[in-house]
Design a protein. Sequence first.
Length: 328
Amino acid sequence: MNHSTYTIANRIYQTQHPLKEEVHFDTAENYIFHLPNLAVLAVDGAKAADFLQGQVTCDLRKITPSTMQRGALCNLKGRIMALLDVIDWQGYHLVLQRDLLEETKNNLSKTAMLSRVTLQVNDEYHAFGFLINTSNRTLPHFPLPAETGQVTQSSDYCCYFLGHNLFLALIHQDRVSHYLDHFSASQQRGSLGWHYLQLLNRHVSIYPETRGLFLAHRIDLHKQGYISFDKGCYKGQEIIARTHYKAKLKHELQIFTVLSDNPPVVGSRLFAEGTQQEIGELIDFCPKGTDCYLIAVSIHFEHAQVVTLENHDQALMLLDPLENTKGS
């Protein structure tokens, strides 16, 4: 098995196969993804739900042991500091990128202390993703939830359905082989393959380099169930509500393929070719072949099909996200 790494911003993504194979998926097969880049933060205390309700964009009242929510942590200016999944599994847990863990914990700690809530990194559980295309191929040895946002759990695993045939599971380190060792090498993928599928389904990632850059509406969180508009106050709520109800939105999240001699840079501005007319920002990307990238951009509703990136001279044609690559 060919293990490689790719760096986006300063985050390292792993592969289990050569790049083109890593991001190719047979619709008649199931796949497992190793996700060491994800971490788990336990939120404990009698007032944990009230504490989180005042911090995250999603509604804690909708979270139960059998249902989860995706949400965001924002700053007072309404800009995104982290994207995370919130689950109620032996208490509340936040699932987020490992390179955002310490900053997130530190930012929450002062308010948590006032609420008599403790924050504890939980390293006993490992994260895995699954692409389940068929019930006739290899499956994990635990029941899979049937509906988006639904959770199945026991004392040693928690699994939830993200939609689009994608599942995420946290499994106790001592039980990983029990649940998963029957997947073949050809069915295994790394964190890069998972990142590619997340982008195809319009779920971007926030990096340490892009914390505090993007407004929630610029990456369509209001269309993806990350934001509750009737839950009451939380950090950044005033800006998010004003944007939603009073502002005229000009941007939307779109996914494209581009061919480029140089890797994109997250947070870069997009310009219409040959002009200094800014038409958007590059939010996230994933390599998919030689000089070929899947990109997620926040871009004007009406925009040029040929663009340039900030500090890049090369003109880039915005191609269909499933466009074939140049090479391996």
